[in-house]
Design a protein around this ligand. Structure first.
Ligand SMILES: *Cc1c(COP(=O)(O)O)cnc(C)c1O
Length: 361
């Protein structure tokens, strides 16, 4: 009897591991492992979601026109060049499915988001990991890694899990230096956290080889809803629309995302609290001998003296009911990624790390 065999590359994928969310036997747990908004979803998004329940017998919109129009209006971009997906994860996968096959290379940074490698392998392509410079995207190294086989170059800006980012000039230099037939994909999951940064919209306006992905999972507090979107050249949008599921997003998802997009009060509060608590947390950790790079996102990458110390601190925090994210799988074994929670959570985690540093070793 023959056994069915998957496509080449699939069995090279290490399944994605999400942030832990519970601790056996520990109450009052604080989850700081998945970069979720500590203030939850927008109340307006919750109302919109509830209203959609009455229409569950209806198939949803296939063109997502209403959400795209809202995104176009809020970001000042052409709604016709937006595609919506089941989280930005789906957009990343669709890009690989559409443009990558056996023999093609997908370039990503050393500490880049795990999904880039997974999506490249899913499509039969070859992921190429490029070193960073002190945990910062290195444009020269990326350009040097490109070959005629390169199809996609994935950069998260700001990056997860490092929290660092590069400027628009460097991004332009990267886009302009790519080989013909390759496209730069700017993952803007954390773009909203950076004042004055457009996520790459300006670069896309003047180039045909740049694409941007965005998400409702982080600032908008809707990680559980699963809505993301992409914006880029019209031909690319057309290609992705041919392969995505026509009913990939439910009306509840579409309506809740649109309501969240327009809830300025919730957005502004989430932003200002993140900025304030992030600065406080980084400073408090520094005082306890745990440095971090200046973060441009909603988490801090805390650096310990060694991988052993990071592991021991993680175990210590778990005992205290605090879940953070070990990032050894991102080739950062001496670091822990800590989501910026509300003020009380930041104080709790800083206090616990202080205790660990004093007595825990
Ligand atoms: C969280 C995150 C995303 C968002 O994924 P969704 O599928 O939209 O929830 C994308 N890229 C990076 C780098 C992230 O950290």
């Amino acid at each position: 009897m023959s056994v069915i065999v998957p496509q080449p590359g699939i069995l090279d994928i290490a399944p994605y591991v999400g942030g832990q969310s519970y601790l056996a036997g520990v109450e009052n747990v604080v989850k700081l492992s998945s970069n979720e908004n500590p203030f939850g979803p927008s109340p307006k998004a919750m109302e919109a979601f509830s209203r959609a329940v009455r229409q569950l017998h209806r198939y949803p919109s296939t063109d997502h026109a209403s959400l795209r129009a809202a995104l176009g209006e809020v970001h000042g971009i052409d709604a016709g060049r937006i595609v919506c997906g089941v989280g930005s994860d789906e957009i990343l996968h669709l890009l690989c499915q559409a443009y990558v096959g056996p023999g093609d290379e997908v370039v990503h940074t050393e500490h880049g988001f795990a999904i880039y490698r997974i999506a490249a392998l899913s499509a039969g392509g070859t992921p190429v990991s490029v070193p960073e410079r002190e945990r910062v995207t290195d444009v020269d190294a990326l350009l040097a890694a490109c070959t005629p086989k390169t199809k996609l170059v994935f950069i998260a800006n700001p990056n997860n899990p490092t929290g660092t980012m590069i400027g628009t000039g460097d991004l332009a230099r990267l886009a302009d230096g790519l080989p013909a037939g390759a496209m730069l994909v700017l993952d803007g999951a954390y773009a909203e956290y950076v004042e004055g940064y457009d996520g790459g919209i300006g670069l896309i306006a003047s180039r045909g080889n740049v694409f941007m992905t965005r998400t409702f999972s982080k600032l908008y507090g809707l990680g559980g809803l699963r809505v993301g979107w992409g914006y880029g050249p019209a031909e690319v949008i057309d290609v992705l629309n041919r392969i995505r599921g026509p009913f990939n997003l439910s009306e509840a998802q579409l309506a809740a995302a649109e309501a969240a997009l327009r809830d300025d009060e919730h957005i502004q509060r989430s932003l200002s609290e993140n900025t304030r608590n992030r600065a406080w947390l980084a400073e408090a950790l520094m005082e306890k001998g745990v440095p971090s790079d200046t973060s441009c996102a909603n988490f801090v990458l805390a650096r310990f003296a060694s991988a052993d110390e990071a592991l021991a601190c993680d175990a210590w925090l778990k005992q205290e009911g605090l879940i953070v994210r070990p990032v050894a799988s991102y080739n950062l074994p001496n670091c822990l990624r800590i989501t910026v929670g509300d003020e009380a959570s930041c104080r709790r985690v800083a206090h616990a790390i202080g205790n660990f540093k004093d007595v825990g070793r």
